[in-house]
Design a protein around this ligand. Sequence first.
Ligand code: CMC
Length: 424
Amino acid sequence: MSAATGKKAVLELDGKKIELPIYSGTLGPDVIDVKDVLASGHFTFDPGFMATASCESKITFIDGDKGVLLHRGYPIAQLATQASYLETCYLLLSGELPTAEQKSDFENKVRNHTMVHDQVSRFFNGFRRDAHPMAVMCGVVGALSAFYHNGFDVENVDHREITAVRLVAKIPTLAAWTYKYTIGQPFVYPRNDLSYAENFLYMMFATPADRDYKVNPILAKAMDRIFTLHADHEQNASTSTVRLAGSTGANPYACIAAGIAALWGPAHGGANEAVLKMLDDIGTVENVAPFMEKVKTKEVKLMGFGHRVYKNFDPRAKVMKETCDEVLSALGINDPQLALAMELERIALSDPYFIERKLYPNVDFYSGIILKAIGIPTEMFTVIFALARTVGWISHWLEMHSGPYKIGRPRQLYTGETQRDIKR
Ligand code: CMC
């Protein structure tokens, strides 16, 4: 629980003083508990939740000014370079990194749940082949709720825990099948002798005609790291959506589908796709300077730049850039889009427009270039983000359900018509 500091904020309203308690977390700004404002007949007003802590959480901490991101206390760069994605999943879900035995136990559990009910495969046929993969993901992940609803009890710890394992295990299968469906290839079933990232790449790229398809270990390592870098990011739009949906007691698979919907937008997870489209549109290094002028006149946004919380380097972007360099040099790829991206970054980091607004590259700025090198098509980028973020979403859902919580129900400043009568 948060600690009461003994300090109080005093709000004076209509000549009356309201004392509001202040709490401290273990890190980050203190928070003012504004609940008592309600009794005075007022609401607080904070569109976009710029200054609102919507819950108490022990999972992830971000210091946006210093460029710090910690999962359960561990810096993201350490996790990305010293732990696997599944170890990070275990950490997010349980609070601690696994021992060797816990790790193998968890990996086995995940392996045992990679298959989806065969009926699920039929849902894909209802979609157009040219549907956006995120549209398909919203549908098929939501459809899982139909398979795990009867008998599911949100109050039951075992039911909640197996839901988390199932989601982490099945989401790569659904993501890879989404891709296969959109390109008209048969679904490839999971192989449980492979690591998490290898299995995903296998289901993405193997075909019945190429039975001996081998996943390149460099690409599997990069994929695993990309998953880790996207695993959680505290109360962002999609996680808050999952919490809000979950606060009604809704089926968890439906809640995750809601998270996927929120992630899709270009201001959130859709930015990685938008970055590559932007680089395609710019085309050559000579076009970078005129493009930046358009950014400054607000005709376009520099995708992959800026963040609601980071007003300094996004620590994920640093590791992503290193991984990008490693992958491209290991594969011997000389991607002209990387040169473009570096020129954009160079100009942005030295231009007063970006400096004054504290706009730095975020995680999505480099991830697209690596994903492209891995062979993932642009439309699938946000699906990769959703796959990796599923563990974060379900960790927050678990945390919310493991203690007392209230249904999320914000209020509003109503500026519509006052009461009137129908006159005919
Ligand atoms: N390019 C150009 N100008 C920008 C950008 C950008 N990418 N981002 C913010 N600004 C400007 C904005 O116009 C505003 O300028 P002014 O003060 O003159 O009006 C100022 O910077 C503050 O921007 P804001 O819109 O108030 O910032 P926000 O915190 O509401 O928005 C953001 C954060 C991520 C939505 C925004 O920076 C953005 O749209 N970035 C591009 C999309 C992107 O890369 N998103 C991925 C975020 S990281 C992955 C994730 O966690 O989802």
